[in-house]
Design a protein around this ligand. Sequence first.
Ligand SMILES: Nc1ncnc2c1ncn2[C@@H]1O[C@H](COP(=O)(O)OP(=O)(O)OP(=O)(O)O)[C@@H](O)[C@H]1O
Length: 254
Amino acid sequence: MLQVLQLFKEINGRQILNDISFEIENGGSLAIIGESGSGKSTLAQLIMALQQPTSGQIMFNGRSLPSKRSKSYKEWYRDIQIVFQNTASILNPAMSLFQCLEEPLVNFTNLNRLERKHRILEYLDKVGLREDLLRKRPGKLSGGQYQRACLAKALLIKPNLLICDEIVSGLDIVLQQRVIDLLKSIQKEQGVSLLFITHDLSLISGLCNDILVMKGGNKIEQFHTSDLHNEKNRDAYTNMLIKSTQMLETTWEL
Ligand SMILES: Nc1ncnc2c1ncn2[C@@H]1O[C@H](COP(=O)(O)OP(=O)(O)OP(=O)(O)O)[C@@H](O)[C@H]1O
């Protein structure tokens, strides 16, 4: 279980996160929504131990957040994987896609060469990429292929928690749906917990059990996804986000 307790983050005297607490049960899924600059990515970076909080606690399956230099960092990083919005630097441009995907398997598993190859082919298929792409350098992949390759890289070591930070924002609507469907089936098959960060409410239904709304570094509210449209119980800010999503969808249909 992931537990985030009274988390504060200050950068250059500015409060970026202000008393954030939430939990994700093993196999559970939480969407974090909020406008640009609300602190969503900073929160993800803290959970990945890429930055340290000013105060507060992050626990995963009973262990505390390690510092990046500590021995337990490797274990933390094996259990929690992240796919970023801006993925351009995730895959080493000097390696083939096969080498990029093999790297985490070498670092985090005891699989032999043949087993690694099978695992890579299995996940390549899951994300809908062709085998012949494995010989290519990441720079030769299209944006959608690159994003899906990053997802395969994060998933093939079978993490317990996957953090997705705006991972479908740059994709067209067909690819967006494909990635969402993939996440749903991976959740079902592997029981991976999911923290799905987005500013787009329309992506969440059927994917996440709970929604946490953030604004200006503060947690506005958290509720079950089925209560999203229960307008009377929702904060005015959440209702405003819902309305703006509906307006965008209507414009799209016209
Ligand atoms: N290293 C940093 N130095 C200074 N300010 C920072 C730093 N990192 C984040 N911020 C500020 O913290 C606030 C929250 O940023 P963050 O990227 O976490 O928000 P976000 O909700 O993920 O936004 P987006 O959806 O646009 O990615 C922003 O105002 C940002 O400018």
